[in-house]
Design a protein around this ligand. Structure first.
Ligand code: 3PG
Length: 216
């Protein structure tokens, strides 16, 4: 998968936490129907790999990214489940190297110039900026770009990004997409409120489209 193209085209990536495997398919259906086909299923719960495989098999149009991939075991499980790429909140050179060896596109998390430098040295072309709002938000990324723009690095900020501030991020050319849990809230998943989730997804997708058209 061309990670930069696929995530960039999506613009907004729902960061999903699935506690109950039975919720995986209806949740993914609502998000895809709302216009957000690229889904980050996080390895924060034990059914993550199963959820990735199930969504992949049962939800046409969904593109599966594994999130919160912290260990080699999770990396292999994500690949075996059919994830097209993996992302992590932090930068662990051992995992990035293992992903490179396995041929899995990997987007590590960075929050400093030193981490970004190391990620680039391992061949990463795209990084997650996490936790975006707490670490300094758009201004911090712009300051990093002052030094790193020439490398061509692309950013995916997550952590505190929501409908009210995602526009500021997506207005920066090098920020190709943003991730967030606001599109798939825990309560709505628990109660099976798929209509509410579809609406959150369609509002987010419409905004991403509008901003991208403006800054294209
Ligand atoms: C992530 O892993 O990307 C974050 O947990 C998302 O942060 P949020 O809950 O503030 O959207």
């Amino acid at each position: 998968m061309d990670m930069i193209k696929t995530l960039g085209d999506a613009g907004i990536i729902p960061v999903i936490v699935i506690d109950d495997i039975e919720k995986a398919v209806p949740l993914a259906n609502a998000l895809v129907k709302g216009g957000l086909p690229v889904l980050e299923v996080t390895f924060r719960t034990s059914c993550a790999a199963e959820a990735i495989a199930k969504i992949k098999a049962e939800v046409p149009g969904a593109v599966l990214i594994a999130g919160t991939v912290l260990t080699l075991k999770q990396l292999v499980a994500a690949k075996d489940a059919g994830a097209e790429a993996c992302v992590a909140p932090g930068f662990d050179p051992a995992i990035v190297k293992a992903a490179n060896e396995l041929g899995v596109p990997f987007c590590p998390g960075v929050a400093t110039a030193s981490e970004l430098s190391q990620a680039l040295a391992l061949g990463c072309k795209m990084v997650k900026f996490f936790p975006a709002e707490s670490a300094g938000g758009v201004k911090y990324i712009k300051d990093l770009l002052g030094a790193f723009r020439w490398t061509g690095v692309k950013f995916m900020p997550t952590g505190g990004v929501k409908l009210s501030n995602v526009g500021e991020y997506l207005a920066v050319k090098e920020i190709i997409c943003c991730g967030g849990t606001w599109i798939a809230p825990k309560d709505a998943i628990a109660s099976g409120d798929w209509a509410a989730i579809e609406k959150l997804a369609s509002d987010a997708a419409a905004l991403a489209k509008e901003i991208k058209a403006k800054f294209a």
